[in-house]
Design a protein around this ligand. Structure first.
Ligand code: PLP
Length: 398
């Protein structure tokens, strides 16, 4: 019997598979063929989840904490999220302004769906994380890219002001940024939100990497903004990167009660609650010892301090210094030309297929001419990755 063509909905047709996930899948295929792959593509810590967090999950299992919870999450976890925002950023949120979600991604998805009507404009810095535009498209919002290349990928209040129109409804911020590793300085951050709020916009602050800021910078959250700005700002938080918990799928929203309420309502009709066991682990992560966070950050910094100068020594690469997160985002236009490629995707494909180096083309993030390299991997792997990029340059130019 012949297959009947599946009548894909317009909404699903308009949604693209994550290009980062596609890179991960391509790397898996090569590995399965026995290729010695250097993976600089993964957007996740290479560290194990700390022991005390895993112990809390095991305890939850043994105590049969294995049933549905409220869609918004258990009170102990919402209290722990609010307490951490108070301790780290001096912010006062009460648990009714908080909900627990399936990773930070679900906060953004639900929060955009809760706010955006077809045709509403959403301001988004460019380059940006691959899922932001997809989520806005899914909600039938109209994307308004705010270019940042001229300001070395730092979003400015002035650029936001210029992009605002009477149809603008939402601004999405992401500091530290995936893919650029740039951090918006606190004073500029406040100015940006001020400009947005004065114009009547709402703001989502994706703070998935908030704890991963390298000295002399320091973590800064929208939670620290004055009350009148926080009243229109929703924080999308996540335990994924901070505590090496990507697979546990725990994120949270902190923000205006009504907006959070809509996020919970959408979640109650889709994923319900975050896995009960993972919620108990998250309480341990947020209330337990925090030194693992500092240790991981110090290790990322060591790797960054190797990687950036090493990349800059390769002809045709110019790499700025990441201020946060664990991504380098070098300008590879010179290398691309010298090696005879037309764009960053061709360069990334050749590095993958001919040299076994997995990384992501900048075009996936709206940053053509750049590459994203994750340094959430061992120093040894970084050294080998750099050596292979250098080899490609030699092979193709000599
Ligand atoms: N926001 C940004 C900028 C990210 O890079 C990611 C993951 O890579 C997320 C949100 C979502 O992370 P999670 O859903 O694991 O919390």
């Amino acid at each position: 019997m012949g297959e009947t063509a599946f009548p894909v909905s317009a909404r699903a047709q308009a949604t693209r598979f994550s290009s980062v996930a596609a890179v991960v899948a391509a790397a898996e295929r090569l590995r399965a063929q026995g290729v010695d792959v250097i993976d600089l593509g993964a957007g996740e810590p290479d560290f194990a989840t700390p022991e005390h967090i895993k112990a809390a999950a095991k305890r939850a299992l043994d105590e049969n904490f294995t049933k549905y919870t409220a869609a918004s999450g258990i009170l102990a976890l919402r209290e722990a999220i609010c307490a951490r925002a108070a301790e780290d950023f001096g912010a006062r949120y009460d648990p009714a302004q908080c909900t627990v979600t399936v990773g930070g991604k679900q906060v953004i998805f639900n929060a955009v769906l809760a706010l955006i009507n077809p045709g509403d404009e959403v301001l988004l810095e460019q380059p940006c994380w691959v899922s932001f535009p997809e989520i806005v498209n899914f909600a039938e919002g109209r994307l308004v890219p705010v270019a940042t290349e001229e300001t070395d990928f730092h979003l400015t209040a002035e650029a936001v002001r210029r992009a605002i129109t009477p149809r603008s409804k939402l601004l999405i911020l992401n500091s530290p940024s995936n893919p650029t590793g740039r951090v918006i300085a606190p004073a500029e951050f406040s100015k940006i939100v001020e400009v947005a709020v004065e114009a009547g916009l709402w703001v989502i602050s994706d703070e998935c990497y908030v704890q991963l800021v390298y000295p002399p910078g320091a973590p800064f959250s929208a939670a620290a903004l004055p009350e009148e700005l926080r009243a229109r700002t929703l924080i999308a938080g996540s335990l994924s990167k901070t505590y090496a918990m990507t697979g546990w799928r725990v994120g949270f929203a902190l923000g205006p009660r009504e907006w959070v309420g809509e996020v919970i309502k959408i979640q109650s009709q889709s994923t319900s609650n975050v896995t009960s066991i993972a919620q108990k682990a998250a309480v341990a992560a947020l209330t337990g010892p925090q030194q693992a966070v500092g240790e991981m950050l110090a290790e990322y910094r060591r790797r960054r301090d190797y990687l950036v100068p090493a990349l800059n020594e390769i002809p045709g690469i110019v790499c700025g210094e990441p201020e946060g997160a664990f991504y380098a985002f070098p300008d590879v236009r010179g290398l691309t030309r010298a090696c005879g490629f037309e764009n960053s995707k061709q360069l990334a494909d050749a590095l993958l297929n001919d040299y076994g180096v997995v990384l992501t083309a900048g075009s996936a993030f709206g940053g053509e001419g750049f590459l994203r390299l994750s340094y959430a991997t061992s120093l040894g792997a970084l050294e080998e990755g750099v050596a292979r990029i250098r080899r490609m340059h030699l092979d193709r130019t000599s």
